[in-house]
Every structure is written in structure tokens, then in C-alpha cells.
Design a protein around this ligand. Structure first.
Ligand SMILES: Cc1ncc(COP(=O)(O)O)c(C=O)c1O
Length: 469
């Protein structure tokens, strides 16, 4: 191989492009900037087109100004509040605005609400759960009671973060089964599972697997009666990873938030329907008294004590700035219109799928811009939703097929999430491809058994969400 002068060599005439990129150890010499860029850029091409990923809730489109803001500010570390006081101030404004959307009693002029940005909902859920655990421990210790058997209650459609919370913090996760009779978290069963060791109940707004909302008001009312009878103070952390930015705009009258007595903390993903690229999340407490002192690490900046609550120390500040950009760019009406359009796209897709006559739907409800469906029973059909998912993948679409959680694990479903960037035209193209895939599969004598292939590929763990984010 000729040793060429890197400066004058075209990228694809270079030595570097004539060998595979390092995979296990660092090379002695570096690579020219444009060639290194090309290698990484080209490898990332294999990921496919994020816009066609209908599996994800996470933002895949932002406007050019948002991208510019993010690019200009990606050198800011969120945790350096002294060095970047304006970014810290903007984080506090975002917390205030979000707290007001969730009807926080602290959201009054001139007052800062209690909350923080995080890297996503996982960290935000974790913080809400830890606060509930610490508050419960404090009450138990004050009463001279043991603190070694905490538990929390959630539906069997939980997202994997709650399994992590249970394991990391040694808190028993009590699952209320979801089935066709109870398609969301059943308040009666919640109450039956509660005891003096229950640190909190976690209803989900925008259940990952079904898209439905647990009935927070009914759970609040049931807990209110239980707490009055027993003297327990079982509270609610709402995991609103999806719904936190849908409910305030589409269903402002539904009571799921701080208007309810026992809702003491709420978390959401800024990078889902907050409409920001990954990763940013938010957690807010009803008021300062619900954040245990031990979790509040004060950082001194500009003469003021600023709370540092997040688990991660360093993380990008540009996502927080991008969140603020979206909040001021879109305003209430903009968020409403974007979320309503995404819901509309889902309605359109569901109607088109219905017309095909071969699919069944879990429920007619669709409070969030996502829905699931399954194949109608047909003994003559030789293919599964896994096969359909594979076929769509060949066309570039990522539409996952997976099984429901415990009690319904034999049911294979498909899910679509529509978000900003998925319009009716794209949805129409998806339907054309989907119909063509179904026709192809119907015509095949022996469709490939994608279910078997898929099951071999995936590690089997307790969680049904390995491939569902
Ligand atoms: C209900 C729920 N909670 C938590 C999470 C975790 O969110 P993140 O990916 O922002 O950490 C998700 C992700 O889909 C979710 O759906």
C-alpha cells in the first residue's frame, strides 16, 4: 500500500479508508480529521433513519434554530452552576414552567418550585422513588418502627426503570397484574396490596406498553380513604414519562397531577413529548418539604444556594437550553397543536389498520399518541407480527412486535408511537408499505420464522421491555 500524504489525499484514496476501523485497541497514530469523521459518520449510517423509528418515544426532529442552540451550547456542563449561572437560571425557569403545567401549589409568581432536570425519566423516576423511600424511613424511625421491608406498588406494565429502582434500593416491587378485565392499574387491587411498609404507589401516564393512562384520581381517592383509616401516609409518584407533556395540553381538566392530595412528585422525559433531543428529563416535588434534606446537596452560586439534586454530576447543559427554547418557541398553543397532530396521525393509522380487517385493537381508548394491535386469530395464516416487523424493517421502518407482560404473555402485539416529525404523509407511506408487506407474507408458502430468530437474538430477562423504549 502506498503511503500517501494525508493533506492531499482524497478521503476515499487514503490508507485509512483501505483498512477496517480499530475495534479493540487504540492505534498508535491518529487519523486525519475528515477521514475520522467519514468513518464514524458512515458507521452511524447503518443505524437506519431515526425518523422512521416508530418504536421510540424519543424526539427525532427539532427545527433548525433548536439544533443551532444545541450545537452552540454543547460545551456547557449543567453542573457548573457557578460558571454557567444563566444556564442554571434557565433550568430553574423550566422547572417553574413545568411545575405550573402540573398545577404545583408552589407555582406562584416570584417563587422557585422544587425540581430538577435529569438525563431522562429513568433518573427522574429514581429520584422520586428515593425521596418517597427516605420520607417513609424518616416517619418509621420517628415512630420507632423497622425500616427493612419497604415496598412500592405499580402495574405489571411497568417500565424497566422501576425494576432497577427495586433492585438498586432493595425495595420490593409489588405488581398489580394488567389483564383484559383491568387494562390499567386497578385502584382496588392497589389498596389490597398496600401495608405499613408501602413507600408509594406509582401510576403511569402513558404506559409504555399500551399507551394508556392509569387512573391517578381513583388511586388518590382510594389511598385517601386507606390513609385516613390506618394512619399510613402512602403517597403517589406519577411516572409521566410520556403523559407529562400531553395531559396539560390535551386534557387540562383531567386531575392526575399536584391538584390531587397524595401526588407528591411527578417525573417526565423532556426528550419525549417535551420535544427535545435526548437526553433530558424532569422531576418536580409538590413543595420543598417533600424533598428529603439528605437528597438536597446545596451548591453556592452568585451568593445564592442552588440545590443540586440529580444523581449524575456532569451532564450536558444544551438539552436544558433546548427545552427552554421549545417552551418559549411553541408556547401553550404550539405544544397543544403538535401533540394534537401526533394523536391525529395515530388515529389515522389505527383507522387504516382497522380497514385491513386482519387486526384487533387492545382498546378503543388512545389518550397518548401511541397504540398497540394484534393479529386476529386465523388458522390459515402462516406468519406472525414478528415477520411483519422484519419485513417493514427491510423497507426502513422500525415498528416493534413484542409480547405483553405477565398474565398476557402469550399475546404478541405491535406498537406505533407518533411524535413531532411524523405527519400524515409519512403515515400514509407507512400504510402503503405495510399493506405490501402483508400481501407478500400472505403469498409466501413458508414465511421465515422471525419469532424464533428474534427470541434467539434477545437475552431472556424478566422484563418485557428489552427492546421497547
Ligand atoms: C413509563 C416510563 N417510565 C420511564 C421511562 C424511562 O425513560 P427514559 O428513557 O427517559 O429514561 C420510560 C421510557 O420509555 C417510560 O415509558
Amino acid at each position: 500500500m502506498l503511503k500517501k500524504d494525508i493533506v492531499d489525499t482524497p478521503i476515499f484514496g487514503s490508507n485509512e479508508e483501505q483498512r477496517v476501523a480499530p475495534k479493540t485497541e487504540l492505534t498508535k497514530e491518529g487519523t486525519a480529521e475528515d477521514i475520522a469523521y467519514q468513518i464514524v459518520h458512515d458507521e452511524a449510517m447503518l443505524d437506519g433513519n431515526a425518523r422512521l423509528n416508530l418504536a421510540t418515544f424519543v424526539t427525532t426532529w427539532m427545527d433548525d434554530s433548536a439544533r443551532r442552540i444545541m450545537a452552540e451550547t454543547m460545551d456547557k456542563n449543567m453542573i457548573d452552576k457557578t460558571e454557567y449561572p444563566q444556564t442554571a437560571e434557565i433550568e430553574r425557569r423550566c422547572v417553574n414552567i413545568i411545575a405550573k403545567l402540573w398545577n404545583s401549589p408552589e407555582a406562584v409568581d416570584g417563587q422557585y418550585c422544587m425540581g430538577t432536570s435529569t438525563v431522562g425519566s429513568s433518573e427522574a423516576c429514581m429520584l422520586g422513588g428515593i425521596a418517597a423511600l427516605f420520607r417513609w424511613k424518616k416517619r418509621r424511625k420517628a415512630a420507632g418502627k423497622p425500616t427493612d421491608k419497604p415496598n412500592f406498588i405499580i402495574s405489571s406494565c411497568f417500565q424497566v426503570v422501576w425494576e432497577k429502582f427495586a433492585i438498586y434500593w432493595d425495595v420490593e416491587m409489588r405488581q398489580v397484574p394488567v389483564d383484559m378485565n383491568h387494562i390499567t392499574l386497578d385502584p382496588e387491587q392497589v389498596v389490597q396490596m398496600c401495608d405499613e411498609n408501602t413507600i408509594c404507589v406509582v401510576p403511569i401516564q402513558g404506559v409504555t406498553i399500551t399507551g394508556l393512562n392509569d387512573d391517578v384520581k381513583a388511586i388518590n381517592d382510594a389511598l385517601d380513604k386507606l390513609n385516613a383509616k390506618t394512619g399510613w401516609e402512602i403517597c403517589i409518584h406519577v411516572d409521566a414519562a410520556t403523559g407529562g407533556f400531553i395531559l396539560p395540553f390535551i386534557y387540562p381538566d383531567v386531575q392526575w397531577d399536584f391538584r390531587l392530595k397524595w401526588v407528591l412528585s411527578i417525573s417526565t422525559s423532556g426528550h419525549k413529548f417535551g420535544l427535545v433531543y435526548p437526553g433530558v428529563g424532569w422531576v418536580v416535588w409538590k413543595d420543598k418539604s417533600y424533598l428529603p434534606q439528605e437528597m438536597n446537596f446545596a451548591v453556592n452560586y452568585l451568593g445564592a444556594e442552588v440545590p443540586s439534586i440529580s444523581i449524575n454530576f456532569s451532564r450536558p447543559g444544551n438539552q436544558v437550553l433546548a427545552q427552554y427554547y421549545q417552551l418559549i418557541r411553541l408556547g401553550w398553543n404550539g405544544y397543544h397543536d403538535v401533540q394534537a397532530s401526533s394523536l391525529n396521525v395515530c388515529l389515522y393509522l389505527r383507522e387504516e389498520l382497522k380497514k385491513m380487517g386482519i387486526f384487533e385493537f387492545f382498546t378503543d381508548e388512545m389518550p397518548n399518541p401511541l397504540f398497540i394491535w394484534k393479529l386476529k386469530e386465523d388458522p390459515n395464516r402462516k406468519w406472525t407480527l414478528y415477520d411483519l416487523s422484519d419485513r417493514l424493517h427491510i423497507q426502513g421502518w422500525q415498528v416493534p412486535a413484542y409480547t405483553m407482560p405477565a398474565n398476557m404473555e402469550e399475546v404478541v402485539i405491535m406498537r406505533i408511537v407518533a411524535r413531532q416529525g411524523v405527519g400524515i404523509d409519512l403515515a400514509d407511506l407507512l400504510m402503503k408499505d405495510l399493506k405490501a408487506c402483508v400481501a407478500e407474507l400472505d403469498a409466501l408458502e413458508n414465511p421465515t420464522n422471525s419469532a424464533e430468530k428474534w427470541n434467539k437474538k434477545q437475552p431472556q430477562t424478566q422484563s418485557c421491555f428489552n427492546h421497547v423504549r
